[in-house]
Design a protein around this ligand. Sequence first.
Ligand SMILES: Cc1cc2nc3c(=O)[nH]c(=O)nc-3n(C[C@H](O)[C@H](O)[C@H](O)COP(=O)(O)OP(=O)(O)OC[C@H]3O[C@@H](n4cnc5c(N)ncnc54)[C@H](O)[C@@H]3O)c2cc1C
Length: 554
Amino acid sequence: MPKPVIWTVDDDPDVLRAVERDLRRQYGDRYRVLSADSGASALEAVQQLKLRNEAVALFLVDQRMPHMSGVEFLEKAIALYPDAKRALLTAYADTDAAIRAINSVQIDHYLMKPWDPPEERLYGVVDDLLDDWQASYHPAFEGVRVIGHRWSPHSNEIRDFLGRNFVPHQWLNIETESSAKQLLDTTGAGISSLPMVVFPDGSFLANPPIAEVANKLGLKTKAEFPFYDLAVVGAGPAGLAAAVYGAADGLHTLLVEREAPGGQAGRSSRIENYLGFPVGLSGSDLARRAVAQARRFGVEILAPQAVKKVRVEGPARMLSLEDGTEVGCRALLIASGIAFRKLDVPGLEKLNGAGVYYYAPMTEAFSYRDGDIYIVGGANSAGQAAMYFSKFAHQITMLVRGQSLSDTMSQYLENQIKATSNITVKINSRVVAVGGADRCENITILDSKTCLQETVPASALLIYAGAVPHTDWLAGLVERDELGYVISGQHLVQRDPRRPKGWTPDRDPFYLETSVPGIFVAGDVRHLSAKGVTSGVGEGAMAVKLIHEYLASL
Ligand SMILES: Cc1cc2nc3c(=O)[nH]c(=O)nc-3n(C[C@H](O)[C@H](O)[C@H](O)COP(=O)(O)OP(=O)(O)OC[C@H]3O[C@@H](n4cnc5c(N)ncnc54)[C@H](O)[C@@H]3O)c2cc1C
């Protein structure tokens, strides 16, 4: 954390040197003393400080300067730093101006030049001002700041991205926070540039694509080596487990993740069925721990980076990445999980990200305190969301297509839901329309038993409507079932007793091996897998064991 700043401004170089020297000698251990020889150059530098979110404790400014007087400078500077203390350096002839400034810019003090000896005529005053400032000083936030509109889908996308990639950030709502407007003004950009991402070094990006933010943050998206023992696609629980156990076993391992480590599990507010965590843990906590473990074993993680295509070149499996680069491996693990199933309902797409969310980020919960939230879905993920959001919302209503929750939800979760007074479950129900000008305001629900529709006010609609596998990038490479899940091991043989087309080894595919030797699959994306965090982790670990057998046979 940089030290707070004392700014001194004077056009006379001798005076400037003297005041700077005296201030540094007395306060240099706790404050940074910065100086400028004109109001204009000082203002420019003060703006840069503001962009870097550094604190200014005191402006000590000469009143009589050409082009911009001390008072004129302070008028502008305090718009950026309203809490900074202000003192004018004056000659006897400027006393009147200094007294007037007490009213116009609320200066805290004026000091007569010369101030010798400083022990008597300078430090006492400055000590007082700094003590006063320290008493109400809260150290500024040091991470990335995002300025945007509450209902802007792109603002929410950026916040979600930062959160899921564990980047500390502060959200500044342009509609409700004056500091947001102030910071935006400092960048010189207008409202049309939102969302704006301001970085700790003071640089900023207006309305940036996610890839640009990732780039600026220095997230790793390029592989260091052309070839690896093992490449894993997808950093959900299955991919993370495989990467950790693969690297721990000595395999040179690359893990490629399209969005953020954690996969679907990263969106879970509380995983209660994971071995060893009797009170549960959040998905992001699990992901953070797994990423630290993977890095410790030397796994190289590229995120955000997607695999677009894979081709087989003799014993090598070659991955084409989204940025046009290519990387090779001896064995490949597909752990690309599943994607959210979209609902085709009038009005919904327009409000996606503006009160309507697929698998809502937990960061949204606080925004809906005291609101009426509707949740579509009856599986565990919907149940967890209901429990989590119920701590903030006034009322949660779960809309379930079936006759009861029991068909789709774990018993422990159903019990928790029943015991929570502000959660209601509506069975035989589905959403048929979403309304609102620029954010979700109401939804229309159809009761499939009575065929009656009702339109109700809704602060948010959270959708947990199941998923489809992430396997478009594998088209034409490995065998998939009718729904797109990747088939492996005995399931390949069960569907067709002949060995897969092009299969060369003199053995059947291993349990988690696909129709292409050396390409394995684990987790939710696998045909008939158990689905879930535990199974994903288990399959990831098991895949490594089978990959060793495969590599040994080459
Ligand atoms: C809100 C929520 C709560 C849940 N709660 C629980 C729970 O309490 N207990 C439980 O057991 N399960 C829970 N689940 C289910 C569990 O999270 C999943 O079963 C598990 O995450 C599956 O792991 P996976 O590694 O197979 O795939 P995923 O978690 O889906 O991860 C796959 C990853 O691959 C990436 N990817 C996809 N395509 C590419 C590509 N081409 N290139 C690079 N990367 C790619 C994706 O971005 C994703 O990060 C929950 C799910 C959700 C959504």
